[in-house]
Design a protein around this ligand. Structure first.
Ligand SMILES: Cc1cc2nc3c(=O)[nH]c(=O)nc-3n(C[C@H](O)[C@H](O)[C@H](O)COP(=O)(O)OP(=O)(O)OC[C@H]3O[C@@H](n4cnc5c(N)ncnc54)[C@H](O)[C@@H]3O)c2cc1C
Length: 320
């Protein structure tokens, strides 16, 4: 049996959803988890519920703030000592920054941003979108182990019937080594909402929003249905929304259960970032807008009329 480690990312008292998605997908295998720092009880319980046999809390100096060098050095030592065959993480901003560096340290194979995978015995096989999601490659790993894999958040979905495991917590001392570039401060965005890449529902606005203030109607809808607000590049370039909200080839890649595109034409570069959404709803005044060819549901109409009506209807349905 392959020895598998999942690198867990914590967010306050919670573990990020993608960590649980990976654990759920690995049901039937003995899987260990490692996270940097103290792991809150709630996160420990969730990881045990989704099949973590052992949960390693990695502690050492200079690890209180994320630094790619420090985390990579610390994990390198831990992975080597544990002799793991596979190491998984979410393809989050941190995972995308850390894992290639880690794989390089081992001169090992890595697969980035898989949207699905299977482990048959010791053999990994994954699916990876290519050319902005226009085609999918089947990928396998070879050469010396350990192998590194990052998984796109929301792509696997949660295992509805996870197999629980012991989730025994164990503390290990790790060494961050020499850090040449130290992160002094992390300034968080003002929004309390889930980051776009983790959001289960996204309401996005395009150039048709006309003004930053008009995003309020999308925020209102998002608040009712528990969504995060995104934007097209045209909206971002026009100054209606910050770049952190941009979905697409040069923005964020998202895979929510529901993506509501408001006044977005459906350019290839926008589709690149959201085409793997489970259900796409498009609101556009132009019946020939390309977004309708990708949408599961389309509403031809003026978003300034349709969005408030939908918000009201959601409120009625949800009793809010
Ligand atoms: C290298 C490169 C990278 C890029 N990266 C990205 C990226 O990451 N993300 C991205 O989004 N784009 C990206 N783009 C830009 C992309 O090509 C499009 O220009 C952009 O997506 C268009 O944004 P939009 O749909 O909001 O605007 P438009 O294309 O102008 O579409 C606006 C839509 O709103 C509709 N509309 C107008 N008024 C209303 C109304 N009242 N109610 C309803 N609908 C209305 C119109 O019919 C139209 O379909 C990139 C381009 C390049 C060249």
């Amino acid at each position: 049996m392959a020895k598998i480690l999942v690198f867990a990312e914590l967010h306050g008292t919670h573990v990020k959803g993608v960590t649980l998605e990976i654990l759920g997908k690995l049901a039937g295998h003995t899987v260990e988890v490692a996270a940097i720092g103290t792991i809150p009880g709630e996160a420990t319980a969730d990881m045990a519920k989704f099949g973590a046999a052992k949960i390693h809390s990695l502690k050492g100096s200079n690890l209180d703030k994320y630094s790619p060098e420090g985390y990579a050095n610390a994990l390198q030592g831990f992975i080597k000592a544990g002799n793991y065959d596979y190491v998984f993480a979410g393809a989050t901003s941190l995972g995308k920054d850390l894992f290639p560096r880690l794989a390089t340290k081992f001169d090992a194979g890595m697969v980035s941003e898989v949207t699905n995978f299977i482990m048959e015995g010791d053999k990994f096989s994954g699916t990876r979108p290519l050319f902005a999601g226009k085609c999918f490659a089947k990928v396998e790993l070879q050469g010396p182990k350990p192998y590194f894999v990052t998984v796109r958040p929301n792509a696997l979905g949660m295992n509805a019937n996870p197999t629980a495991a012991a989730g025994a917590v164990d503390e290990s001392a790790v060494d961050a080594g020499a850090i040449r570039a130290m992160i002094k401060e992390i300034v968080k965005g003002t929004s309390e909402k889930l980051d776009l890449t983790e959001a289960n529902i996204i309401v996005s606005g395009g150039r048709a929003m006309k003004d930053a203030a008009n995003f309020k109607i999308l925020e209102d809808m998002a608040n009712v249905i528990g969504a995060t607000v995104g934007a097209s590049r045209a909206a971002v370039d026009s100054g209606f929304a910050p770049h952190a909200m941009q979905v697409g080839q040069t923005g964020k890649t998202v895979a929510p259960s529901l993506y509501i595109a408001c006044g977005i034409s459906g350019a290839i570069q926008h589709l690149a970032g959201m085409r793997t959404s489970k259900v796409i709803v498009a609101i556009n005044s132009d019946p020939d807008a390309p977004i309708f060819t990708k949408a599961d549901y389309g509403i031809v109409g003026d978003l300034f009329q349709v969005v408030p009506l939908m918000t009201q209807e959601f409120k009625n349905l949800l009793g809010k």
